[in-house]
Design a protein. Structure first.
Length: 349
C-alpha cells in the first residue's frame, strides 16, 4: 500500500504548456521510498518538494545514482498509456545491480507509476510530440564517506510535461579521442556518471556547432557506438543497420522496439558493428541514405550532418525515409492510434 498525500492547490494553471523547455517544469506530485535497515520502507506519493540530505550523503562523494526515462501519453479519449514500462523497470534493476544498489520491487514500482499518473493526469499534454516525461531515479543517502556501497538509498519518481527534445535535424561529431564507456565498465547502465562524464566533450562539440556526439569504441575508435542520448541507426542502400548491445552500449527500449517494427515493415535490417570507414565510403558513393538517433526523450531524431576529423559529411533524409515510417509506426502505438500486436502499450490503471 502506498501512502498518498495530495497537494492543497495545484500549480498547473501557472504553466505555459505551449512553451515547454524539456525537463524544467514538474508536476504536482512525486513518489518517494527510502531504503533503510536492509529493506525498502513505506512508499509515499506526496507534493513535489526539495529533498534535504546530510553533506556526507554517499551520493555526493561516490556517485551511486541511476535513473530511467519513460513517457506517459494521453490518447484521444483521455486514457493514459505507458510504453513498455516492464522493460524500463527491468533495466532499472539491472543498472541497480551493476551499481551495487538494492533492486526496487517491480510490483511496487508499477503500482507507484499507476497511482502517480492517475493523480497527475491533467499534467499530460495531448497531441503529436506531447507527453509527460517520467523520471524514476535512486540515490545513495547514507551519511557516510567510507568508500563502500551505501546502506541507505532514496528511490523517487518525478514527472515533467514535455514536447519534442530536438526541434529539427541534428548535426553530430564523431568523437575519436574521448570515450563514453569501456569494455567491462558500466556503459550499459543508466548510471548518472555515464552522463556526467560525457558533458565536457559534448560541450566542446557544441562549441563547434554540433548538437551531439556519436561515441566510438574506446579501444580503437574505429566503430561508432551510440550518441549522447540516443542509440544510432544507419541506412546504407536499402539496409538499415544498428549496433548490437554490449557492456558499452545502452539497451534502449526505443531501439529494440524499432528493430521489431523494422521487421514488421519488412525493412532489411542488420544488427552488427558499424565502422566509421563504412559510413564515409557509403557517403562517397551516395549510398548513405539515412542516419538517425533513437531514444525515449528524442524518439527519433534525423541526423543531417556528421563530422569526422574536421570533415563534414551530409546525409540525405527523404520524406518517406525509414525513420519517418518507423516513427509513425511507433508513435501510433504509443498514442493508441494503431493495433498493438506486440502488447507494448500499457494502460494506466
Amino acid at each position: 500500500m502506498i501512502k498518498v498525500t495530495q497537494i492543497e492547490k495545484s500549480k498547473i494553471s501557472t504553466i505555459d504548456f505551449d512553451n515547454l523547455s524539456f525537463g524544467t517544469v514538474f508536476s504536482d506530485h512525486m513518489m518517494v521510498c527510502d531504503y533503510k535497515n536492509g529493506q525498502w520502507q513505506q512508499a509515499e506519493i506526496k507534493p513535489y518538494e526539495p529533498f534535504t540530505f546530510d553533506p556526507s550523503a554517499s551520493v555526493f562523494h561516490y556517485g551511486q545514482a541511476l535513473f530511467e526515462g519513460m513517457k506517459a501519453y494521453k490518447g484521444e479519449n483521455n486514457e493514459v498509456f505507458l510504453f513498455r514500462p516492464d522493460q524500463n523497470i527491468k533495466r532499472f534493476n539491472k543498472s541497480s545491480e551493476r551499481m551495487a544498489i538494492p533492486e526496487f520491487p517491480e510490483d511496487l514500482f508499477l503500482e507507484g507509476l499507476n497511482q502517480l499518473l492517475r493523480l497527475d493526469a491533467d499534467w499530460i499534454p495531448q497531441g503529436e510530440g506531447q507527453s509527460l516525461y517520467v523520471r524514476p531515479f535512486v540515490i545513495a543517502t547514507e551519511p557516510c564517506i567510507q568508500a563502500n556501497p551505501s546502506k541507505e538509498y532514496r528511490f523517487a519518481i518525478i514527472c515533467s510535461p514535455v514536447s519534442s527534445y530536438f526541434s529539427g535535424a541534428v548535426k553530430v561529431k564523431i568523437e575519436d579521442h574521448y570515450s563514453r564507456a569501456t569494455p567491462g565498465g558500466f556503459g550499459y547502465a543508466k548510471a548518472a556518471g555515464n552522463y556526467g562524464g560525457q558533458f565536457y566533450p559534448t560541450e566542446l562539440a557544441k562549441a563547434e556547432g554540433f548538437h551531439q556526439i556519436i561515441w566510438t569504441d574506446a579501444v580503437s575508435h574505429e566503430y561508432i557506438e551510440e550518441a549522447g542520448t540516443m542509440n544510432v541507426f544507419v541506412r546504407i542502400g536499402d539496409t538499415l543497420i544498428t549496433n548490437p548491445t554490449s557492456d558499452t552500449i545502452l539497451d534502449g527500449v526505443t531501439r529494440k522496439s524499432l528493430i521489431q517494427l523494422a521487421k514488421d515493415l519488412k525493412i532489411p535490417l542488420e544488427v552488427r558493428p558499424i565502422a566509421i570507414s563504412e559510413l564515409i565510403e557509403a557517403s562517397a558513393k551516395g549510398e548513405l541514405l539515412e542516419l538517425f538517433g533513437a531514444g525515449t526523450a528524442a524518439v527519433i531524431s534525423l541526423i543531417e550532418t556528421f563530422n569526422y576529423k574536421g570533415q563534414n559529411y551530409q546525409v540525405e533524409n527523404d520524406a518517406n525515409s525509414y525513420a519517418q515510417q518507423l516513427k509513425k509506426a511507433l508513435t501510433d502505438i504509443q498514442l493508441n492510434r494503431a493495433e498493438d500486436q506486440h502488447q507494448w502499450r500499457y494502460k494506466v490503471q
